[in-house]
Design a protein. Sequence first.
Length: 200
Amino acid sequence: MRAVDQETPVHLRQTPVPGEDQYVSLALVNTRYTLSHGAVDLLDDTESAHLWLVRHELLPDRVPLNGRQFGRLLGLREAARALFTAYDRGGAPSADDLAILNSALAAAPSTPRLAWTAEGPHRADEPDGANPAAAALSLLAEDATDLLTGPEAAQLTECAAQGCARWFLRSHGARRWCTTKCGNRVRAARAYAAKRGSRG
């Protein structure tokens, strides 16, 4: 991801949460969250969604994102969030949410390739590049699938700070907040409530 310059709005300079560097699907789900001044959506229009995909190296800058593709990206984000929630609560997701993710997976099926790097030969699965936007959605869906079916799924949790709505991978079992900023906000609210309670 490219560095964000100082002229970027503050909500775009949010501290990444643990796990976003490993799983881009986690970063996708976290494009919708809450700050003290209200709700933030980093994908609030086609242009910002295109920029997000480009910054995460999922879509070439020259490839436009149309309204239909934008709608599918938003649908995938909400489906992934619902799947994360279902996993975290030990329940089953809705058939619709599963269908959205599986549809994105099938939109640009991967073709196995033999790649040869400095480390030697290895398998590389490349999504169909005929439709770059579909390939981007397929990669995001595959990433969410890898997260939910891999060993790190047990670390997946939603931030406990009221209204935050961001998901992260816990580094230890006691961690409840996505960032120290959220943790500090919760502790400050508790201290304020305790102080008011002691006056009553």
